[in-house]
Design a protein around this ligand. Structure first.
Ligand SMILES: [Mg+2]
Length: 162
């Protein structure tokens, strides 16, 4: 049975540094938006997040935006601002969105890291598809449903035994 453990846990996306990705054999990242790159209530990420993405891209890491957000204009605007292909309403943890993203990047599943803030969508999907789930502490802790959701996530909030 596939369980939704993350492959690795980080406080924040900007801590996911290039040597880490390289040591994991990662050549591409699927980025979640809400709670990961920026707060759901924000219109754009902070500069440090753009800098992080640029550093990855400049070093040959491919970037794809895979979001469950139902507003195409929000996902498109973010993806275009970082020069990435994108999918909105991805229905994570369903496999189809992950598979399509892998195909679009031209990478094997084992070469892809899924960066997100949720266990049961981002990390579960990654685990189901043989990708490496990198979880970050959510930026959305102000949302009323953050704590109930996080309570359900807690038993899986530890790194998968490798
Ligand atoms: Mg999220």
């Amino acid at each position: 049975m596939v369980l939704p453990y993350p492959y690795k846990i980080y406080d924040d996306v900007t801590q996911i540094i290039l040597p880490d990705l390289q040591s994991m054999g990662v050549k591409g990242v699927l980025l979640d938006i809400d709670g990961t790159l920026m707060r759901t209530k924000d219109k754009a990420p902070e500069d440090r997040v753009f800098e992080w993405i640029n550093t990855l891209k400049q070093n040959g890491i491919l970037v794809y935006v895979l979001s469950n957000n139902k507003h195409p204009e929000r996902v498109k605007a973010l993806a275009e601002s970082i020069g990435a292909e994108w999918t909105y309403l991805a229905h994570k943890p369903k496999k189809a969105g992950f598979y399509n993203a892998a195909k679009s990047l031209g990478l094997e599943h084992c070469e892809i890291a899924v960066v997100g803030d949720q266990i049961f969508t981002d990390m579960f999907g990654a685990a189901r598809c043989g990708m490496k789930g990198l979880i970050v502490n959510s930026l959305d802790t102000y949302l009323w449903y953050y704590y109930p959701r996080h309570l359900l996530e807690i038993i899986f909030w530890r790194e998968k035994r490798k």
